[in-house]
Design a protein around this ligand. Structure first.
Ligand code: CA
Length: 604
């Protein structure tokens, strides 16, 4: 017996080269099935057995076209306890698999909402907390601070070290552009060409630095939103050279230029040709397009998203290029996540100024074709475009603030406009200060609107210190280094050292707006009433049971505003406190507002 045990132990060698995804799983999940993807040369030939474990069963093992991948379907019953599963193959190979206990209250975690303000960071360009991880022997691209699209060395430690600043400013959520491994030859700093979906890039600090950052953010009341890219991977991902199935990557694994005709998804007249050229074509040759119609791939993508939420403690997901993925998959993916975390939040990117197309993708929308998803939030690109035009144009019947008035008037199309993400700019377009011709006053008006209307505000890093990409609109210049984040900077946005008077003033102004939003429930959740703009003035109110707050935005010269049209908001209020200045104003027949000024009035 003893000899047999020794023999068995010798035979049952742990397989060094075997990769297993997900890396581990949990007991007590809503979905009691998990699919393990094994990756090793010729592993598909193996027959696996699971050593007896209460409540857990190996239901099925199979492979697709490649012999180097194998799928194990495992059922984890409700009675299963945390512990270690042991899988043994007929050739003696074995591996251990951890089943962990879930964190307390994991299922009920709260996603982001209009109570939050999101700070968007390009981590490579924000702050270099550890110069020793700038390069990594197994990562192709090395740091190059002179190259526009080069890596600068920013990392997760740099963000963690600046969490106190973000908390002081009043941000409550962080959205980082992707930080997972991008082992690409060029342009890897942007992060959207992932080469390992389960690993944080070592140049960002690896998985432990990510978990540490999320935990430290949570201590400061700040949640973390992960940028997910279900549509594509980087061309250096192992799936490209060795596909688990022949159809794993769209268009036979060959590049086909995308037509970017996003309307084909819901257009009742769209041709198969156009639809295919949108959904199955690739973004760029470096980013192969995933075929989420392959059930095993779809399951992999769902599980890896849940793995990061559960393991890292995320409060939200931002979905890159939302509409480019297979739409049935997007429904399955988002609904599977929301089934595990009913209060979670997902925000989708759909870059169009057509609100009908954006509305189609939001949870709760009753679409003519019956399509629905679990995605509760979408980015309000129409409002962003309207805002820039509003501030740059002369007022007219269709121009100036009317743009914003009409854009918000389209809210009737959305299932829930309060859950839209509102933003003046992001990492894919010129900075708002640049788009507004380097006008500090217009930038203040833009940020006042963003932080006082319905929706979930998102602020792009560095807006508070007027970062500028004039005259370039290249991505590498938009994603400029945050002042003080890197060696050799003269200015530091956190200590304030070396900032211009205008930068300091803008930072203070934005902090004030963030604090006002935090202090006044009406600004976060109140219903909105707005009035057709009069020349250069746009006026609206946010109202809840606690407060009535009137916001006046004047992009022209000094005005004396007749108050009579606003009686339904004023309700006879005799005075108001301007929350921006602290000044208490008598409300008579007219109200004076200075040139290019905003007022946020708490009616008393
Ligand atoms: Ca670094």
């Amino acid at each position: 017996m003893r000899v047999f045990m020794v023999l068995l132990a010798l035979l049952a060698l742990p397989c060094q080269g075997l990769e297993v995804a997900p890396k581990h799983w949990w007991v007590g999940m809503q979905n009691t099935d998990v699919q393990l993807l094994l990756h090793a040369p010729n592993t598909a030939q193996r027959q696996w057995q699971l050593r007896p474990y209460d409540g857990v069963k190996l239901m099925r093992q199979h492979h697709l076209d490649s012999d180097n991948y194998q799928f194990l379907s495992v059922h984890i019953g409700a009675q299963a306890r945390p512990g270690t599963l042991q899988f043994v193959a007929d050739d003696g190979t074995q591996f251990d698999y951890q089943l962990k206990a879930r964190a307390h209250n994991s299922k009920q975690r709260q996603g982001f909402s209009s109570d939050d303000v999101i700070y968007l960071i390009n981590p490579d360009r924000f702050a270099n907390g550890n110069v020793h991880n700038d390069n990594h022997p197994s990562m192709i691209e090395k740091v190059d601070r002179q190259a526009r699209d080069g890596r600068r060395g920013g990392d997760l430690q740099g963000i963690t070290e600046r969490l106190d600043y973000l908390q002081r400013m009043g941000f409550t959520q962080l959205w980082l552009t992707p930080v997972r491994e991008n082992n690409m030859a060029t342009g890897s700093y942007h992060g959207y060409a992932m080469t390992n979906l389960y690993a944080i890039d070592p140049r960002m600090g690896g998985n432990e630095a990510y978990f540490d950052m999320v935990a430290q953010a949570a201590e400061r009341g700040i949640g973390v939103i992960m940028d997910m890219v279900p549509n594509h991977i980087g061309v250096n991902h192992p799936w490209v050279a060795d596909k688990p199935s022949r159809d794993w990557i769209n268009n036979g694994g060959e590049f086909l230029a995308n037509n970017h005709r996003r309307q084909t998804v819901m257009d009742p007249h769209s041709s198969v040709y156009d639809r295919t050229r949108f959904n199955d074509a690739w973004f760029v040759p470096a980013m192969p397009d995933l075929n989420q119609r392959v059930d095993e791939l779809s399951t992999y993508l769902i599980q890896h998203s849940i793995w990061w939420i559960e393991q890292a403690g995320l409060s939200g997901i931002r979905v890159d290029t939302n509409s480019y993925s297979d739409k049935a998959f997007m429904a399955r993916w988002s609904q599977a996540i929301m089934a595990e975390y009913p209060n979670f939040s997902i925000v989708g990117e759909e870059w169009t100024t057509n609100p009908g197309i954006i509305a189609y993708w939001q949870r709760g929308k009753h679409n003519q074709d019956g399509f629905s998803t679990g995605i509760n939030s979408m980015m309000d690109f129409p409002l962003q475009a309207a805002l820039v035009k509003a501030l740059n144009e002369e007022p007219g019947w269709h121009t100036g603030w009317v743009r914003v008035y009409q854009s918000l008037g389209n809210d009737f199309m959305y299932a829930n406009a309060d859950d839209l993400l509102v933003f003046a700019d992001n990492h894919d377009m010129s900075r708002i200060y640049t788009q507004l011709g380097q006008s500090v006053n217009k930038t203040k008006l833009a940020m006042t609107l963003m932080l006082t209307i319905r929706g979930i505000p998102q602020v792009y890093y560095g807006t508070e210190v007027l970062l500028d990409n004039t005259p370039s609109d290249a991505h590498g210049d938009i994603r400029i280094e945050f002042p003080g984040g890197f060696n050799g900077h003269q200015a530091d946005a956190i200590t304030g050292q070396g900032l211009s008077a205008e930068q300091t003033q803008m930072q203070g102004y934005l902090r004030t707006l963030l604090q006002l939003r935090k202090q006044h429930s009406a600004l976060r959740q109140g219903r909105m009433v707005h009035f057709a703009p009069k020349d250069n003035v746009y006026l609206y109110a946010r109202i809840d049971n606690e407060q009535r707050i009137m916001v006046i935005l004047n992009k022209g010269g000094e005005q004396h505003l007749e108050l009579a049209p606003y009686a339904e908001i004023l309700q006879g209020a005799k005075q108001a406190k301007n929350l921006l200045s602290g000044e208490v104003l008598r409300l008579n027949q007219t109200l004076a507002i200075g040139a290019e000024q905003a007022m946020i009035l708490a009616l008393q």
